[in-house]
Design a protein around this ligand. Structure first.
Ligand code: GRF
Length: 187
């Protein structure tokens, strides 16, 4: 099996990044992480790039020609797959078209429910019985591309935003690797 080259985009803690790095140590995991892109220079997640000697790039999304610059870097690294993992910027249409069907995202809800931000508080306020996470392809509409893997759990009366986040992320650490394996299964 020839592994695909992946780039992970982050903005924050990077716990999904950490988990994906760990998964790349499995002999049959279909990707290698060749590059990490982060749009926030104080993001804790960058430490995982440093610790694991993975090239990383801190970008300022406000600069002119931002898109074309990133696209050229991704092409230079021969990136086949982009995994958004807590990346807090919306990608431009031009960017998405350039990597059509090769960008994945993980979202902390059972999409199509609760697209967008502040998901945990909205889920609790809506008295949902269950919640979970979704790994999906990225298209030009926010949190709307086809679902690849979805996992759920039942919300307990004592759950709060913090516990929902912990419980959701535990599922995310299973869902993201599963989704990556699934999309490359027939290649
Ligand atoms: C994840 O929970 C994901 O659902 C959301 O952002 C969070 C990122 O967390 N898109 P981390 O940076 O991977 O710890």
């Amino acid at each position: 099996m020839v592994r695909k080259n992946a780039c992970i985009f982050i903005s924050g803690a990077g716990s999904n990044l950490k988990n994906l790095i760990r998964k790349t140590r499995d002999y049959n995991f279909p990707i290698n992480i060749r590059l990490i892109i982060c749009n926030y220079k104080k993001a804790k997640g960058i430490n995982y790039a440093k610790k694991n000697s993975i090239p990383y790039l801190i970008v300022n999304s406000k600069t002119r020609n931002f898109d074309n610059f990133i696209i050229s870097v991704l092409k230079r690294y021969k990136i086949d797959l982009i995994c958004l993992a807590g990346y807090m910027k919306i990608l431009s249409k031009n960017f998405i078209r350039n990597f059509n069907k090769r960008i994945l995202n993980i979202h902390p809800s059972l999409l199509p429910k609760f697209k967008g931000l502040n998901t945990y508080s909205r889920i609790l306020n809506n008295n949902e019985k269950k919640t979970g996470c979704t790994v999906h392809f990225v298209n030009e509409k926010l949190d709307s591309g086809n679902t690849i893997v979805q996992k759920f759990f039942f919300i307990l009366p004592e759950d709060n935003e913090k516990s929902l986040k912990v419980r959701t992320q535990l599922l995310e650490y299973q869902a993201y690797p599963e989704a990556i394996i699934k999309i490359f299964r027939n290649n």
